[in-house]
Design a protein around this ligand. Structure first.
Ligand SMILES: [Zn+2]
Length: 292
């Protein structure tokens, strides 16, 4: 999980969301509100105006997350669903709130996150969690990647492909940060789905392989050395200028890195590079990659 870059919606879409939300908020009871939230959400593509608005919402959410259309929770599967971070069954007042949306895959949305959601018990000095059906506050125990940086809560163990609690929090298991990290990992099962763990380990190899290729292309000074450095499936165009071809291959590798799955792995390689001699060496040869 990485923090999403925020984007703003167009005026008509903001208005449409506000109108739908006010229809829910005006109802007198929680039960009526949750019922209405469900009906309005299921029928959100029922009119041309609403379809247009939700097409914009989906495309903005795609632009806010990683370069490809990937789930913002597992970073592994195609993101098919507009997911409510605060579930509408518990927070009907956040059904049509832009800041409550992110793109998730069907597996994360349906099989793991679903309507699970804990809050901190109000004014409880032990920071106990509560999963009541009608939460009295929105003091979330689940990390919200729209407003919080998950990497402040977790550290990815790059060798094992699993998340651990961030070192700043590890010594205080009763702190809100520690509990949020643990609860979010548990709900999304980010460490116990073998496919995800293995994919993260593969992503480490992929990113380092591409970064190494980038440094070799960058260091090449002749067509011969460039030919050895590039992807074996690529060809240098005859008669093209050497510098043009070199720039083209550098840009292609950069794009491969920026659009690959598991962007958290890339973020962690940058963050942990001082402790990883090979990775550090590659970033020293290509310092520009630290900004990707
Ligand atoms: Zn997912």
């Amino acid at each position: 999980m990485i923090q999403l870059t925020s984007k703003t919606l167009k005026g008509p879409t903001i208005q449409l969301l506000a109108d739908k939300q006010s229809r829910i908020n005006s109802l007198p009871t929680f039960v009526k509100q949750t019922k209405k939230a469900k009906t309005l959400w299921n029928g959100k593509r029922g009119s041309v105006a609403s379809r247009t608005a939700f097409t914009e919402i989906k495309s903005k959410l795609i632009g806010m997350s990683v370069g490809v259309e990937l789930c913002n929770y597992c970073e592994n599967n195609e993101a098919t669903d507009i997911e409510h971070i605060f579930p509408k069954s518990k927070f009907p007042n956040k059904t049509f709130i832009w800041e409550n949306y992110l793109l998730a895959c069907r597996t994360c949305n349906t099989d793991y996150k679903s309507n699970k959601f804990a809050i901190f018990v109000p004014e409880d000095s032990n920071n106990r969690l509560d999963v009541v059906a009608q939460p009295p506050t929105d003091d979330s125990a689940f990390i919200n990647p729209q407003t919080e940086n998950p990497l402040d809560f977790f550290l990815l163990n790059l060798q094992r492909g699993v998340f651990t609690i961030h070192p700043d929090l590890i010594n205080n298991p009763q702190s809100r940060g520690y509990l949020k990290a643990g609860y979010t990992l548990e709900v999304l099962a980010l460490n116990t789905r073998d496919a995800l763990v293995n994919a993260r380990k593969s992503a480490v190899k992929y990113y380092l392989d591409r970064l190494e290729r980038y440094t070799k292309i960058k260091a090449s000074t002749t067509v011969e050395t460039l030919e050895i450095a590039i992807d074996p499936l690529e060809e240098i165009i005859d008669n093209a200028l050497f510098d043009t071809e070199k720039a083209r291959f550098l840009a292609a590798v950069k794009q491969e890195i920026q659009t690959y799955a598991h962007p958290t792995v890339w973020e962690e390689l940058k963050r942990q590079k001082e402790n990883l001699p090979r990775t550090n060496h590659l970033f020293q040869q290509a310092p520009e990659a630290s900004d990707w």
